[in-house]
Design a protein around this ligand. Sequence first.
Ligand SMILES: Cc1cc2nc3c(=O)[nH]c(=O)nc-3n(C[C@H](O)[C@H](O)[C@H](O)COP(=O)(O)OP(=O)(O)OC[C@H]3O[C@@H](n4cnc5c(N)ncnc54)[C@H](O)[C@@H]3O)c2cc1C
Length: 466
Amino acid sequence: MASIAPKSFIGLRQASAEKPHFTIQAKPISLNPSIHRRLQVNAAKTSPKVTGRNLRVAVVGGGPAGGSAAETLAKGGIETFLIERKMDNCKPCGGAIPLCMVGEFDLPLDIIDRRVTKMKMISPSNVAVDIGQTLKPHEYIGMARREVLDQYLRNRASENGATVINGLFLKMEKPGDGEAPYVLHYTEYDGKVGGAGVKKNLEVDAVIGADGANSRVAKSIDAGDYEYAIAFQERIKIPDDKMVYYENLAEMYVGDDVSPDFYGWVFPQCDHVPVGTGTVTPQGNFKKFQLATRNRSKDKILGGKFLRVEAHPIPEHPRPRRLAGRVALVGDAAGYVTKCSGEGFYFAPKIIRMCAEPIVEGSENGKRMVNEADLRKYLEKWDKTYWPTYKVLDVLQKVFYRSNPAREAFVEMCADEYVQKMTFDSYLYKRVVPGNPWEDLKLAVNTIGSLVRANALRREMEKLNV
Ligand SMILES: Cc1cc2nc3c(=O)[nH]c(=O)nc-3n(C[C@H](O)[C@H](O)[C@H](O)COP(=O)(O)OP(=O)(O)OC[C@H]3O[C@@H](n4cnc5c(N)ncnc54)[C@H](O)[C@@H]3O)c2cc1C
């Protein structure tokens, strides 16, 4: 295949040395004090006291959601059990974490292998737009290895008093009456490779399902299914001189060739680059899409050696049911992955706090029984906080990822400094940044212009039967 060199984007609005005439009130990141103190609750409750022990909660799944849940619960005085089937699990993942996660979850900086400060957004016709010019010197997207991050969070949960079990959760017996325990069945492993494990039971008062996209806890409570994208990626070790290019740079490719409804990527990881793509389309032709992603980045990954090939579902929307009795789903198990970007890393632990804190509060630090109403507070908070963002990103994905002309328009928009600033600030700090009305108006006009051009282009392409 002929090599394809990305063209630079010229047009719309060029980067200039001119000072932006809007101000962004980026809150300085500070360590969340709640990490350092035990949650103290003095609410008056009528639920029965648990006697001779504290409230017992099992967290199934030791990814970012499960590790954070176990830590929050254990700190809050709950007798916590964290069940993880594979202690060295290296989940297929790009590994990109937003800056605010580092501060908010008090992550040590050595967990970050690489700091991405530049991104290239590459259109179907190979126009490349550089993103990142608006970043401040201390701002970056952190790249972490999942096996390192997940292990770190589980260890922290353990240091705070959680019992970490290397076990495969199998099924759950629901209580017959109000306050009876849930009985979890699992196979415990002793860490030896190839060991068959020992079947065990565990009685608990509440369960958090953080066992990812193929959640067995979700099945146990008939949570219903969600649509999902399948993400496919190859981890490729490229020669050192090629790695220099990806030192602090990530690439995103859009186009019918790489995915009919998502994007392709090359991200820098510790010592390699994951090259991947995803699609929601059933029976999507992964091989074809993956080959196209590899071909588009061909010159830059030439001479690379495959380390690992992997695929995993990414939920497209929350499950119909995320709570039943004293069982709540969180993270990918609940279906909390943002549209457009496919991110769940930050949201998994963030939302888990929303879920774990009401349990700590509702139980008065483990002294009382909790009920569905205590857990429901988390759903109400999630829906209020994230549902609007989820819907906006859903619409954006549908508008901009579905045809090549629309993707060209999307990349064109990304060249706009204002768009870059707003997008990066929203990504890094996970909050909607107040805009500038004049810039917003110009952006709206430009967006409409881009989409009109995109539609005109689509008609021309249809005429040509492309
Ligand atoms: C290819 C790909 C790239 C991605 N890139 C990014 C990215 O760059 N940034 C980002 O923010 N998000 C990314 N995501 C999404 C992100 O990986 C997930 O949203 C995130 O991992 C969700 O965390 P979680 O803890 O809910 O679930 P998971 O990380 O899936 O963790 C679930 C855990 O449960 C364990 N488990 C499962 N079943 C059982 C069982 N029966 N018993 C015991 N343990 C069990 C698993 O071993 C696992 O450790 C990506 C996803 C994919 C597929």
